[in-house]
Design a protein around this ligand. Structure first.
Ligand SMILES: [Zn+2]
Length: 331
């Protein structure tokens, strides 16, 4: 039994005023701000560049590539393959069914299980981590979800593996493959007091960790990357955590590498467009240009410039989740 039997004439104009097109479309597709409107990858043709424009002023959508256009009701009709009356019912009832995105296979370059040699020791190491305070309560839940912690110096004697021993008294970022299997650890020195010691240490290649095939946060980010066909790339672990804390969960970090062919393969197999959110310094900008050049024939790649000297982690701490989303242009 329908909630809206339509035995009487409904006021379509009132419905459209109450349910703005940008809000309804955003239930199906991630929108990016552009000028006075929004753009998205068009769901009505195989779109590689965001061709779909949504105009909040005119309350219409229009794809410049395939010509699809109309109002909010037409959009729901098209994307849900339903009648006008059914579309009105869905809009009025807020019952949207986002089309399922098939899961593309990942490139088969690396084993699906953890290669770390000393699994028991690694599990023990993970369990020994002390809670890490990221210095902003809005970041705490994501740091916990990603298992970030501090390795206590007093546990040093428990480990035989030198690469674990080296990591004591550091901030530990556990690293996983796409399936969520533990593949290694990154260990950041605490604070910046002693520049004589290395800022980051990684699990050694001899212990089975391949930095060049790792994207930090990939297993957390994959569902949203697949749903939106879009991935955000940042440089550092903390930058990825900041985007996730801001609700931009289709974000991965490069883990201190230049973009490697393995990383490119993984992302190109899962997404149709990438957003590079690299640091606003010279190194970050030249890295972005290099990456864009390397990817130009394979995937649409956009650059988001941060102000000089700013990275996403710093930005989150200054302007919070809402500010970071606005800065990056996520609707
Ligand atoms: Zn189109």
């Amino acid at each position: 039994m329908s909630r809206y039997p339509f035995t009487t004439t409904i006021d379509v104009e009132a419905l459209k005023r109450a349910h703005r097109i940008e809000t309804v479309v955003s239930k199906y597709l991630p929108l990016m701000r552009k000028g006075s409107g929004h753009v998205a990858l068009c769901p009505f043709h195989p779109d590689k560049h965001p061709s779909l424009r949504i105009s909040p002023n005119l309350q219409i959508y229009h794809c410049f590539a395939c010509g699809a256009k109309g109002d909010v009701i037409n959009f729901v009709q098209e994307i849900e393959h339903c009648t006008f009356v059914e579309a009105v019912q869905k809009i009025a009832g807020g019952q949207f069914t986002a089309p399922a995105v098939p899961e593309p296979p990942l490139p088969d370059r690396r084993p699906l299980v953890c290669k770390l040699r000393t699994e028991q020791e690694n599990a023990q190491f993970l369990a020994s981590l002390l809670p890490y305070d990221p210095g902003d309560t809005a970041l705490e839940a994501v740091y916990r979800a990603f298992g970030v912690g501090i390795s206590p110096m007093c546990a040093y004697d428990r480990y035989k593996t030198p690469s674990l021993q080296r990591m004591m008294n550091r901030v530990i970022f556990p690293l996983h493959n796409a399936e969520g299997g533990l593949t290694g650890f990154a260990a950041r020195r605490i604070g910046d007091q002693n520049p004589a010691i290395p800022k980051y240490l990684n699990t050694a290649l001899s212990d089975g960790f391949d930095k060049s095939a790792t994207l930090y946060g990939l297993h957390h980010a994959l569902p949203e990357i697949r749903r939106t066909q879009t991935a955000y790339i940042v440089e550092g672990y903390k930058d990825a955590l900041a985007l996730h804390a801001a609700g931009i969960t289709n974000c991965v970090a490069l883990c201190g590498t230049a973009f490697t062919p393995q990383q490119v393969d993984i992302l190109c197999s899962q997404a149709r467009q990438l957003y590079l959110v690299l640091d606003g310094d010279v190194a970050g900008l030249s890295a972005a240009v290099r990456i864009q050049m390397a990817l130009r024939d394979r995937i649409t790649c956009h650059k988001i410039r941060l102000d000089k000297g700013l990275d996403p982690d710093e930005l989150f701490r200054r302007v919070g989740a809402v500010g970071l989303r606005a800065y990056i242009g996520v609707f």
